[in-house]
Design a protein around this ligand. Structure first.
Ligand code: ZN
Length: 264
């Protein structure tokens, strides 16, 4: 891969300033290039940290002292001006109105920037997660080895994970037509314990990854294509899920819906 995303494009991406067309042009590259994905993630985390640090701003003791002095001056000015006491009051209230407006504007800008970087972080994290899930699915297919627990019986597969995962999940009783459970593996995605459920959908294979929901802002309901595989994210109860398959996206979506509903 030679044409990596340029620095201006990466910056515009994390700033949420790419047009729809530009996004459409960069997403296929991001979905296949770990280097650009981690670069974008790093930039967006840096931006988020900077925005947070900006919100932690406290006036220095020196500034607080000067503000207090300024208030005392304004007050004594008001008290001292018996004859022409209208103008100083007007000046004083307009001064504070302007100061308040400036403060509101800067807080507003910090909040907007923070929200932008949060959504940029979410898409960069999703892209990284989707890439890893897809790589694992391809590795599973390539290895052609049997799953760690081989069973089409949900009453066998679910208990197998007991004590292996810090969360539990339900397996649906009825699957969409032509779909069967092949088994499951215990795996790790982003270093976190994950259930990899293996399904056959017609002649295609599908992996559905379930993790305990994290504080990461993983976007819900995103889907993307990675080297011929469709990847779809979902949230159900306290779980984050990612499904990967080369089957028709509508059939993968049916499977995801049934698995999500089983968690309720
Ligand atoms: Zn790249």
């Amino acid at each position: 891969m030679t044409d990596h995303l340029s620095v201006p494009i990466l910056n515009a991406l994390v700033d949420g300033e790419l047009s729809v067309d530009q996004l459409a042009a960069t997403n296929p590259h991001l979905s296949q290039c770990p280097s650009c994905t981690s670069d974008a993630l790093y930039r967006s985390l840096l931006k988020s940290a900077t925005a947070k640090a900006g919100q932690r701003y406290l006036p220095t003791p020196d500034l607080q002292a000067r503000l207090a002095l300024r208030i005392r001056e304004e007050l004594s000015l008001q008290n001292a001006s018996h004859v022409d006491n209208v103008r100083p009051v007007v000046r004083s209230s307009s001064f504070w109105a302007a100061a308040a407006a400036l403060l509101l504007i800067s807080v507003g800008i910090a909040l907007v920037q923070h929200n932008w970087s949060r959504s940029a972080t979410a898409s960069a994290q999703y892209a990284a997660l989707a890439t890893e899930a897809c790589d694992q699915h391809i590795a599973t297919l390539a290895a052609n080895s049997p799953p760690e627990v081989i069973s089409s019986d949900r009453h066998t597969v679910k208990p197998w994970f007991q004590g292996k995962l810090p969360f539990s999940f339900n397996l649906p009783e009825n699957l969409p037509g032509g779909t069967t459970l092949d088994g499951a593996n215990l795996t790790y995605i982003h270093g976190r314990p994950t259930a990899q459920l293996l399904y056959s959908v017609g002649k295609h294979r599908a992996s559905v990854y379930l993790q305990q929901r994290s504080d990461d802002k993983i976007a819900n309901g995103l889907s993307s294509d990675h080297s011929g595989f469709h990847v779809a994210s979902f949230r159900a109860r306290d779980l984050d899920g990612i499904a990967v398959s080369d089957v028709d996206p509508a059939r993968l979506s049916d499977l995801v819906t049934i698995i999500s509903q089983a968690q309720e």
